[in-house]
Design a protein around this ligand. Structure first.
Ligand code: KIV
Ligand code: ZN
Length: 390
C-alpha cells in the first residue's frame, strides 16, 4: 500500500528561530500563502505566547490561508500558552494545538528540576486541557532521541490516553543516526498501534550532524506517517530537515519507500527563493534540490553523457522542482500577463486584483525609467509596495 505522508512545515516557527531571520507579519503571511500553493498539509505559524507580534502573525495566517491548510502553533505545557495557541489558530478550518515537553533525563532534571512523574503529569494535564478546546492536539516529546525508552513510551501512552491525536518524536539536538532513529520509530509505532491506531506518529529532526534528511527518511521507512521540516532546512543551529530534500527523496525513491506526499514539487524552487529573499539567508550553491548548482553539469564527461540521454547523470528533471523558469527581461511593453508571471515566479501572490493593478502601474513607471526590468527589480518592487521590508 502506498502511504500518504503528512507534511508539516515549521519554517515560520522553528525556521524563524534562526538568528537574523526575523520576519514581519506581512512577510509571514506571504510565505504562508506560498506554502499553501506548495500544498503542505499543516503550517506551524509561530509561538504565540512568545510575543504579541507572533500572536498576531499566527492569527492572520489562520485567517488568510487556514481555509484549506491545517494551522498550528507551539505551546509549552502550560495553560496560558495553550490558550494563546487556541485564540490564534481557532479561525482556521482545521486548527491544531501543538504542545512540547521534554522527556530526556537532561530535560527533566536539568531544565525542570522536577521528578519524571511530575513532568509526565504536567504533560497529561496540558493535553487534557487542550482537548477541551480543540479535537486535534499534537504532543512533542522533546529530546526523544536522548530519552530513556521506557519513560518515553510511558509518556506517549499517558498523553494518548489523555487525548493527544498526534505524537511527534523530535531529535531535538540532531544526535540520532538513521538506523537507530528508524529503530526508535519502529518500536514506538509497534506499541502505539496497540493503544490507539488512529494516532498519527510524526518525526522532527535537526541537522547538527548533517543527518536530518536521512533520519527523517529512515523514520518514514519504519512507520512514521508525518514529517516536520522547513524550507531551505532553516531552523535552530544547523537547522531542521529540509522539506525539499525529504519530499524529493520520497518522490524520486517512491518505489523504495512506497509512500507519497501531496506536495506540488513544481513549487519547490519558488518557495525556496521566496523564503531566502524574505529572510535574507542565502541558499548554498550546492544545496540539494534548490541550490544554484543542483542541476548544473560542468565536466565534459557528464555533459557528453547528458547529451546522449539525460538519465545518464540526472535522477530527477529540473522541471519537477520548478527549475524551468528562465529569467525573462521585462520592458514597458511586456504587458500585464508577463508581469504577472514574473511576480508569481518569484513566489508572490497576485490574486488581489486592486493590489495587482497598483503594482503594474509602479512597474510601468520603473520600466520607463530603467528600460529593462529583472527578477530582482520585481522582487524589490513587490516587497516595497507591500511593506515586506523588515
Ligand atoms: O526541536 C524540537 O524538539 C522542537 C519541538 C518543539 C518539536 O522544535
Ligand atoms: Zn525543532
Amino acid at each position: 500500500m502506498n502511504r500518504k505522508i503528512i507534511v508539516f512545515d515549521t519554517t515560520l516557527r522553528d525556521g524563524e528561530q534562526v538568528p537574523g531571520a526575523k520576519l514581519n507579519i506581512q512577510q509571514k503571511v506571504e510565505i504562508a500563502q506560498q506554502l499553501k500553493r506548495l500544498n503542505v498539509d499543516i503550517i506551524e505559524a509561530g509561538f504565540p505566547a512568545s510575543s504579541a507580534g507572533d500572536f498576531q502573525a499566527v492569527r492572520q495566517i489562520a485567517r488568510s490561508v487556514g481555509d484549506s491548510v491545517s494551522i498550528t502553533a507551539l505551546a509549552r505545557a502550560v495553560k496560558s500558552d495553550i490558550d494563546a495557541v487556541y485564540e490564534s489558530v481557532k479561525l482556521a478550518q482545521n486548527p491544531l494545538i501543538h504542545i512540547v515537553l521534554g522527556t530526556s533525563n537532561i530535560h527533566v532534571e536539568k531544565k525542570f528540576n522536577r521528578s519524571k512523574e511530575a513532568i509526565m503529569q504536567m504533560g497529561v494535564d496540558a493535553v487534557k486541557y487542550a482537548s477541551t478546546l480543540l479535537p486535534n492536539v499534537q504532543y512533542s516529546t522533546e529530546d526523544a532521541s536522548r530519552s530513556d525508552f521506557e519513560y518515553l513510551w510511558s509518556t506517549i501512552e499517558a498523553v494518548v490516553k489523555a487525548g493527544a491525536t498526534m505524537i511527534n518524536v523530535p531529535d531535538t539536538v540532531g544526535y540520532a543516526v538513521p538506523e537507530e532513529f528508524g529503530e526508535l520509530i519502529r518500536r514506538i509505532n509497534e506499541r502505539l498501534k496497540n493503544v490507539n491506531d488512529k494516532v498519527i506518529l510524526s518525526v522532527h529532526c535537526h541537522n547538527d550532524l548533517g543527518l536530518a534528511t536521512a533520519n527523517t527518511l529512515s523514520a518514514v521507512k519504519n512507520g512514521a506517517e508525518k514529517i516536520e521540516c522547513t524550507i531551505n532546512g532553516l531552523g535552530e543551529r544547523a537547522g531542521n530537515a529540509s522539506l525539499e530534500e525529504v519530499v524529493m527523496g520520497l518522490k524520486v525513491r517512491e518505489g523504495y519507500y512506497n509512500c507519497h506526499t501531496d506536495i506540488d514539487t513544481k513549487e519547490l524552487l519558488r518557495t525556496s527563493r521566496l523564503v531566502s529573499h524574505l529572510t535574507g539567508l542565502d541558499v548554498q550553491v550546492n544545496k540539494a534540490i534548490t541550490g544554484e548548482n543542483a542541476f548544473a553539469h560542468s565536466s565534459g564527461i557528464h555533459q557528453d553523457g547528458l547529451l546522449k540521454d539525460k538519465q545518464v547523470y540526472e535522477i530527477m528533471a529540473p522541471e519537477e522542482v520548478g527549475s524551468d523558469s528562465m529569467e525573462l527581461i521585462l520592458t514597458a511593453r511586456s504587458g500585464r500577463h508577463a508581469f504577472k508571471n514574473a511576480v508569481e515566479k518569484i513566489g508572490f501572490d497576485t490574486s488581489d486584483a486592486t493590489d495587482f493593478e497598483q503594482l503594474f502601474e509602479k512597474f510601468l513607471t520603473l520600466a520607463d525609467a530603467k528600460k529593462e526590468v529583472y527578477d530582482h527589480d520585481v522582487f524589490y518592487l513587490v516587497t516595497n509596495h507591500r511593506n515586506l521590508d523588515a
